[in-house]
Write a protein that binds this ligand. Structure first.
Ligand code: SF4
Ligand code: SF4
Length: 645
């Protein structure tokens, strides 16, 4: 694949100069007709609807260089109209509505003068065809997908998390504002994961043309509070990624310095040759440009060390009280709720903070800046001294795929057991559905074993693999919010990649509850086997002793259930009588056959009723014949209590 990028010089925002620079930049790569006359309306001979997507981070006057300059928007409205398109302006600012942001940025005046309407992004939909590497779903605004043509109008700025915000990053604005923090949460602390999301959005939106406003860019503490810097350039390409790669060349930094470029190059989609037209890279080089502080260093340390040294190894946001205006926008936007208002002012919880820098991005007072941790400072100094060409963004490392262990409590009354079944409610099915929704990718859950229809659990264990970097406390909180009240996630833990909930379990503990009294219970009925006839617990206990040790439990399993071996080792089996007639049977073994606990309990109850002699229990066990044993106890009295590893 080859693509072309045009570079045109433009000294200032004089409207005529900008218009002529835009026209030249577009002509160099094929002329506006090649980009506007697309889509179903154009094929039917109607005027195509062209969405202009500027950077409208929030409302700031044009000279602050936070937003795409109104002269660029004006020029593009005119160019699109002359080419026969119907332009509309759309974006989803981080704070405040689109119109308010456009007013302050001078874009509303231009739009009003040119009678160009706005379209606010507030209708998130899940496009059907997402070939995302991590997430198989993305939320894009309906208006973006409805447009025949999208023209991307980014501003050249620094960005604390993504190093630079250019063509690819600008399209994150196609995700409606209130949904953006969720995508930051999904990416968690991994810049690579967030970069992958941005790249996937770019692939779905597929802007037909990208024009980068680099007449005056922003350096330093971008994208909201950096310093404007005259760069005097406009870049155009049908490939936003190519623009981002060429900007790195212009700044003299490795292309992989920008995480979206890095991910694209690793995916093999950014390695195409780029033809530069108009000005050359050499004659347009930017000799001085302040990048944001480095993001993180990991030295490929193990996860637990990285966690312990998080503050030393990463940059973190920091508030200058002198500049803070107490608007609390930063706390409102924080996806991890790591920034809270306290009696002493705003306070960060750096343990919870995922380093997305949304707080710094929305602080229009410039009160939030980024401070590197001490280890990061050392690396920065050493790189400077060694004149290393490894850019700060590259010193982030680490594996994207994570293995997450869940401990789950559930009331099995309304489910057809643990294992997923088509069109039937199951615990695994419910969990996979909610997890997939939360993580934005198809999640497959592996449990420690199945439980039958109507069986409950205090401590079922399952694991799943994910590339989402959402932190574990957020997974627990958000998943519990999504789940129905009869399933609760008790614990979430990030475990070694090799951990397997079923294969690595050493033993399981089951508990069976019997209500042995005359009257049934209005409250316990779904969770006990009610037996009004008095049971002889002493005889049952005597028989229970035969279970201890390694035996072939064929006599106590569902006939025909396939298994490699029917031998299991029972390490503990005991009865406890509680108050109010509740009797509990607890059994621990290295594994259980299908309906083994319920068959054992059913047989022991027959002994308690005097129908089978305690002395015969061992013979039943040794017979390996299911017909010799008693009935299967009902499911509702059984609980999977614990899985041990
Ligand atoms: S730090 Fe910035 S965003 Fe946060 S309260 Fe202060 S002024 Fe507002
Ligand atoms: S405190 Fe700032 S950087 Fe940390 S999670 Fe919240 S918004 Fe992101």
């Amino acid at each position: 694949m080859e693509s072309s990028v045009s570079i045109v010089k433009c000294k200032d925002y004089d409207e005529e100069k900008v218009l002529s620079a835009l026209q030249r930049a577009i002509d160099l790569i094929g002329g506006i007709q090649a980009f506007v006359n697309k889509g179903s309306r154009a094929r039917l001979g109607a005027k195509p609807r062209v969405l202009l997507k500027p950077n409208l981070l929030y409302g700031k006057s044009p000279e602050k260089a936070v937003t795409t300059h109104p002269s660029v928007v004006r020029g593009m409205i005119q160019i699109v109209r002359e080419a026969g398109g119907i332009p509309v302006i759309g974006d989803s600012p981080s704070m405040g509505g689109l119109i308010r942001a456009a007013e302050k940025a001078g874009i509303k005046t231009v739009a009003d003068e040119m009678k160009c309407p706005f379209v606010e992004f507030n209708r998130p939909i899940l496009p059907s065809k997402v070939e995302g590497k991590i997430f198989k779903q993305l939320e894009i605004d309906q208006a973006v997908l409805d447009a025949d043509v999208v023209i991307n109008l980014p501003k050249w700025k620094t960005h604390a998390q993504m190093v630079l915000t250019l063509g690819v990053k600008n399209l994150f604005g196609c995700v409606p504002g209130p949904r953006k923090p969720l995508w930051h949460l999904r990416a968690g602390e991994s810049r690579k994961a967030f970069a992958q999301i941005l790249l996937d959005i770019y692939r779905v939106v597929q802007p037909s043309l990208t024009i980068l406003d680099g007449v005056v860019g922003m350096e330093g503490n971008g994208p909201g509070s950096g310093d404007p810097i005259p760069l005097g350039l406009i870049l155009a390409s049908k490939n936003a990624l190519s623009i981002d790669l060429v900007v790195c060349d212009l700044l003299g930094i490795p292309r992989k310095s920008v995480p979206t470029n890095q991910v694209a190059l690793e995916d093999g989609i950014g390695g195409h040759s780029i033809e530069v037209l108009g000005e050359s890279v050499e004659t347009s080089k930017i000799s001085r440009f302040a990048l944001p502080p480095p993001f993180a260093v990991t030295w490929n340390l193990p996860g637990f060390v990285r966690k312990a040294l998080k503050n030393a190894l990463t940059s973190k946001p920091w508030i200058d009280d002198q500049l803070c205006e107490d608007c609390e926008h930063c706390a409102e936007i924080c996806p991890a709720k790591a920034l809270q208002k306290t009696s002493e002012g705003l306070a960060f919880d750096y343990g919870e903070c995922i380093r997305c820098f949304c707080c710094q991005e929305v602080c229009s007072s410039g009160a939030i800046s980024i401070k590197p941790g001490w280890a990061l400072k050392i690396v920065g100094r050493r790189q400077k001294a060694e004149k290393s060409d490894v850019a700060p963004s590259l010193i982030e490392g680490g594996e994207l795929m994570r293995n997450i262990k869940l401990i789950i409590e559930y009331d099995g009354t309304n489910y057809q057991g643990w294992q997923i079944q088509p069109k039937r409610p199951t615990i695994q099915g419910m969990l996979e559905e909610k997890l997939s929704r939360l993580m934005g990718e198809r999640i497959r859950l592996t449990g420690s074993g199945r439980t039958d229809s109507g069986v409950h659990a205090f401590g079922q264990v399952a694991h799943f693999k994910t590339q989402s970097q959402m932190d574990i406390r957020t997974i627990q909180r958000a998943l519990n919010n999504l789940l129905p009240p009869d399933i609760v996630i008790q614990e979430v833990e990030e475990v070694d990649e090799s951990f397997h909930a079923r294969k690595h379990s050493k033993s399981k503990v089951y508990e069976y509850r019997i209500l042995n009294r005359n009257l049934r219970s209005a409250f316990h009925r779904g969770y006990v086997w009610h037996i009004p006839q008095k049971l002889n617990l002493m005889e049952m206990e005597k028989a229970t002793q035969s279970l201890i040790g390694e035996h072939d439990f064929s006599a106590f399993r569902t006939v025909g259930s396939p298994t490699r071996t029917t031998v299991r080792r029972v390490t503990r089996a005991e009865w406890k009588r509680d108050r109010d007639g509740l009797i509990r049977f607890e059994i621990e073994a290295n594994g259980f056959l299908k309906q083994m606990v319920r068959s054992i309990v059913g047989t022991l109850v027959e002994i308690g009723r005097g129908k089978i002699r305690a002395a015969d229990f061992r013979n039943i066990l040794n017979s390996k014949d299911r017909k010799e044993a008693g009935p299967t106890a009902p499911a509702q009295g059984l609980f999977l209590k614990e899985v041990k590893y």
